[in-house]
Design a protein around this ligand. Structure first.
Ligand code: BGP
Length: 474
C-alpha cells in the first residue's frame, strides 16, 4: 500500500496566529487578543496571571499577526503554486459571533471566511476547518467563566449550526477543537479558564473538558443533520510517551501519561468515558456534572477520523531524581539523550511519528490525519534576502518518510498531512515571529516591525516537488 491518490498534502495555520485585523469587520475581542508576547505569555496561558484588558505597553501578536486578513489571496496563491491539496485554517469565533452569545451572526465575518474558502476552491484546495483554535470570546470569559459553564455548549452549538449551514457546500472536513488535551496544560490559552484563589483547579478543568466533549459530540450531530457528507475529526496534541528506562515503574508511568491525552480521544472516538478515567476522577474526588442525555449524545456521535499534531516524542520517569526537563510543545518531558533538539529545545524524533501513528491506529482503527508537524527555526536571510532552510527540509523529509513507512509497512490509514505554519506566523507559545515554520517567509520581527512582504524559501520548491510526486521525490 502506498499513499492514497487523493492524499491531502498541505499546510496549517490558525486564525489568531495569522489573520490580524483583530478589531476589523465587527470582530469582537478573543482571549488570544489579550495575551501578550514576552515573559508573561505562558503564565497567562496557564491561567496563573489574569490579563483580561489590553494595555499599551505590551505587544499583542494577534492584533496584526501576518495580516492574512487582508492578504489571503496572495497567500493562498502561493500555497496553490506549491500544489497544496488541502489548507487547514481556523475560524475566529468572534468574527462570527463577536460576543459569543449574540442572537445573530456577524455577516461581515461570515463573508470573510466565505471569500477565503472560495479562494481555496478556485485552486482545487480542500479547506480543513478547525472550529476553535485557542480562542474564546472575551465576553464569555467575563460573563460566564468560559468553558467552566455549561452555557458554552449552547453557544458553541449556535456557532456550529451557523457555519455548517453557511459553508455546507464549501467545506467538507471539520475539526471540533484544536489540541483538546491542551485544556489541562494551558487552561486560559486554550479554553479561557481563569481560576479563583484556592479552588480545585483539576475539578474545573475536567468539568470544562466534559463540556467540550459534549459540545464536540453535539457539533458532530448537527453536522450530520446538515450535510451527511461532512467528515468530522477530533484533534489531539499527539506524541507517544517513552519510559526513561525499562523499569516497570517507568513503563507504567509512561502509560499513565499517555492516558492523560488519550482520555479525550477515547471519549470522542469510542463514545464513552473509559474505565481508567472514571476511576481516576473518583480518586481525585471529582464529580462531573452531567445532564440527562449527555452519555447518549457522546455514544451516538463519535468522530469520523482522528487528527493530531506531532512535533516530537515525550519521555517520563517514575524516579523524581531524574529531572532533565525540556520542552515538547509545552508539555513537560525529560530530555531524551538519543534525540537532537530544535533551537527551542523541542526534541526531534521522526520514528516517534511512526510509533504515534501506530499507537493511535491500533487503539481506534479510524483514519488518521497529521494536521501539524514542522520545525520552528530561526531563519536568517542571506544578503539577497533568500532563506536556505535545508534544516527544515531535513526535518520534514524524515517525518514524511516515517509516515509513509507507517502507511506502507504497518497499514495505517492516513488521510493527509498538513505541515504547521506553512506561511511564517506568530508562535503560539512565545508570541514571537522569529520562531518560523513556513515555506514562505514573512518580513516581520518580534517587535512587530517589517514590511510583511512574502518570500519563497528553499523549502518552497522542495515541498512542491514532494506534493507533485505524492511523496516519492523526497
Ligand atoms: C500547537 C498549536 C499551534 C502552533 C504549534 C507550534 O500547540 O496548535 O497553534 O502554534 O503548536 O507551537 P509554537 O507556535 O509555540 O511553536
Amino acid at each position: 500500500m502506498t499513499l492514497r491518490q487523493d492524499f491531502l498534502w498541505g499546510g496549517a495555520v490558525a486564525a489568531n496566529q495569522c489573520e490580524g485585523g483583530y478589531a476589523e469587520g465587527n470582530k469582537g475581542l478573543s482571549t488570544v487578543d489579550v495575551i501578550p508576547a514576552g515573559k508573561d505569555r505562558v503564565p497567562v496561558m496557564k491561567g496563573k496571571v489574569s490579563m483580561l484588558e489590553c494595555d499599551e505597553e505590551h505587544f499583542y501578536p494577534s492584533h496584526e499577526a501576518i495580516d492574512f486578513y487582508h492578504r489571503y489571496k496572495e497567500d493562498i496563491a502561493l500555497l496553490a503554486e506549491m500544489g497544496f491539496k488541502c489548507f487547514r485554517l481556523s475560524l475566529a469565533w468572534t468574527r462570527i459571533y463577536p460576543n459569543g452569545d449574540d442572537e445573530l451572526p456577524n455577516e461581515e465575518g461570515l463573508k470573510f471566511y466565505e471569500c477565503v474558502f472560495d479562494e481555496c476552491l478556485k485552486y482545487g484546495i480542500e479547506p480543513l476547518v478547525t472550529i476553535t483554535h485557542f480562542d474564546v470570546p472575551i465576553h464569555l470569559v467575563k460573563t460566564i467563566g468560559s468553558w467552566r459553564s455549561r452555557k458554552m455548549v449552547e453557544y458553541y452549538e449556535r456557532l456550529c449550526e451557523t457555519i455548517f449551514t453557511r459553508y455546507k457546500d464549501k467545506v467538507k472536513y471539520w475539526l471540533t477543537f484544536n489540541e483538546i488535551n491542551m485544556l489541562l496544560h494551558l487552561p486560559f490559552g486554550s479554553s479561557g479558564l481563569v481560576f479563583e484563589e484556592g479552588e480545585n483547579e483539576d475539578a474545573v478543568k475536567y468539568q470544562a473538558a466534559h463540556h467540550q466533549l459534549v459540545a464536540s459530540a453535539k457539533a458532530t450531530e448537527i453536522a450530520r443533520r446538515i450535510n451527511p457528507e461532512f467528515k468530522i475529526g477530533c484533534m489531539l496534541a499527539g506524541a507517544s510517551t517513552y519510559p526513561y528506562t525499562c523499569a516497570p515503574d517507568d513503563v507504567w508511568k509512561a502509560m499513565t501519561r499517555d492516558r492523560e491525552h488519550y482520555f479525550f480521544v477515547d471519549v470522542q472516538s469510542r463514545g464513552e468515558y473509559p474505565s481508567y478515567a472514571r476511576k481516576m476522577l473518583e480518586r481525585m474526588d471529582i464529580h462531573l456534572e452531567m445532564e440527562d442525555g449527555d452519555e447518549e449524545c457522546l455514544r451516538n456521535n463519535t468522530v469520523d477520523f482522528i487528527s493530531f499534531s506531532y512535533y516530537g516524542s515525550r519521555l517520563t520517569s517514575a524516579d523524581p531524581e531524574v529531572n532533565t526537563q525540556t520542552a515538547a510543545n509545552l508539555f513537560p518531558t525529560l530530555r531524551n539523550p538519543h534525540l537532537t533538539t530544535s533551537e527551542w529545545g523541542w526534541q526531534i524524533d521522526p520514528l516517534g511519528l511512526r510509533i504515534t501513528l501506530n499507537a493511535l491506529y491500533d487503539r481506534y482503527q479510524k483514519p488518521l490525519f497529521i494536521v501539524e508537524n514542522g520545525l520552528g527555526a530561526l531563519d536568517t536571510p542571506d544578503e539577497t534576502g533568500y532563506i536556505a532552510d535545508d534544516y527544515r527540509i531535513g526535518y520534514l523529509r524524515e517525518h514524511i518518510k516515517a509516515f509513509i513507512t507507517a502507511v506502507e509497512e504497518d497499514g495505517v490509514d492516513l488521510l493527509g498531512y498538513t505541515t504547521w505554519g506553512c506561511i511564517d506566523l506568530v508562535s503560539s507559545s512565545s508570541g514571537e515571529m522569529s520562531k518560523r515554520y513556513g515555506f514562505v517567509y514573512v518580513d516581520k520581527d518580534d517587535a512587530g516591525n517589517g514590511t510583511l512582504e512574502r518570500r519563497k524559501k528553499q523549502s518552497f520548491e522542495w515541498y512542491k516537488k514532494v506534493i507533485h510526486s505524492n511523496g516519492i521525490e523526497l
